[in-house]
Ligand binder design. Sequence first.
Ligand code: NMX
Ligand code: MLT
Length: 425
Amino acid sequence: MTTLHEALASKVPAMRDGVKKIMQTNGDTVIGEVTVAQAFGGMRGVKSMVCDTSVVDPDKGLTIRGLPIADLKQKLPEEIFYLLVTGDLPDEESLKSLQADLVARREIPGYVWKVLYDLPKDTHPMQMFDTAILILERDSVFRKRYTEGMRREDYWEPALEDSLRLIAKLPGLAAGVYRIRFDKGKPIPADPELDWGGSYAQMLGLPDPKGTFAELVRLYLTLHSDHEGGNVSANTCHIVASSLADPYYAVSAGLSGLAGPLHGLASQECLRFVLSIRDEFGGVPTEDQMKKFVWSTLEKGLVIPGYGHAVLRVTDPRFAALHEFGCRVCPDDPVFKIVDMGYRLIPDILKEQGKAKSPYPNVDSGTGALLHHFGVTEISYYTVMFGVSRALGMLSQLIFNRAIGTPITRPKSVSSAWIKANVGS
Ligand code: NMX
Ligand code: MLT
């Protein structure tokens, strides 16, 4: 048995040494270049940071520490966290020790609930979730130790402790947001016998006689955890934490990025799109009706939510895993059927339109239909669940960066005038 702390402690010296050596021997080696289009265009494809937790291959999709996500979908999300942080999956005892670490840290202070109850009734669930995380910042060990005077080599330890404290509380917090915001009754205490994802499902309080909803929640949390370093949430968290702002501030910032409709909020927008199709046609449309609807959306200048990707050029394997779950669990649900029909028809339409570099579904395309099937019909809640999962990736990247001593992020910007003067207008 190796606790997460021990496993990481045993690896940190080699991680630091590896970075030091490569910087000494190859620090000046060029790994990419930046074009004017990339500078104006969201830095797409610019190789400018290192992230070891996961890699997104445009033609294969996500691998976590070298393992394809399709091979990890049966794993518990807390096993994925251990893998992200250490590079190894935990054995049974190490997993138990991590689960015990989380249980010991999951109590949410009363003043957090008080603020959540006091927020106006129309507050967006992501705002509530994000606010609660900022309130928890009060307990940051990293900030306390830094104020006392901490050596740079020690940064990773309180970063890990803050991460465990935060991750432990996220399911209870997120489930509480759901219950408070949507008048479902008081937050439900966690069942001590349940795993991290299972207790999230239980605390949401939906009927789950066969445990299939809990199965979906675990799968969801595993699939959304990490997507290399450049996505908006991870990148934002990375930049904020590089100033040595503590993990609570950094995760809150990352979640604010996740709340944008081109990123995590797309999960809400996807289901809104699917439900608008259902309402327009009074159920599952014919293929012709569906095609016309998609074309008219594009003609209005709108994007088709859940399709396209900044990196991927194939169907997102995370979507494939969720689609497979839907085909097994709710193939006849009309909402899932519309998602399934979209998967068959939309890529060809986007190809014909010829704008999107990837015409294929991304992870957000099908999640809403599955949550809706189990009774999570409040679509503005969906991004909160994404946030619970993405915190695993953001925090593992943060711990890694504090361990190897990554400095403050500060790229150089140039003005349009500089570009004109240097490359011609
Ligand atoms: N529907 C219609 N047009 C699209 C779509 C889409 N799904 N995806 C890209 N395009 C357009 C895009 O708006 C752009 O148009 P224009 O030249 O007029 O500005 C053009 O195609 C080229 O964009 P790309 O280079 O293919 O995409 P980019 O890397 O800029 O953006 C996304 C990637 C994901 C932001 C984009 O595909 C999109 O807006 N998708 C819909 C929203 C979505 O599903 N987001 C979730 C992403 C996953 N996540 O979990 O975060
Ligand atoms: C993600 O999971 O973060 C999204 O697929 C977006 C991205 O990778 O840019």
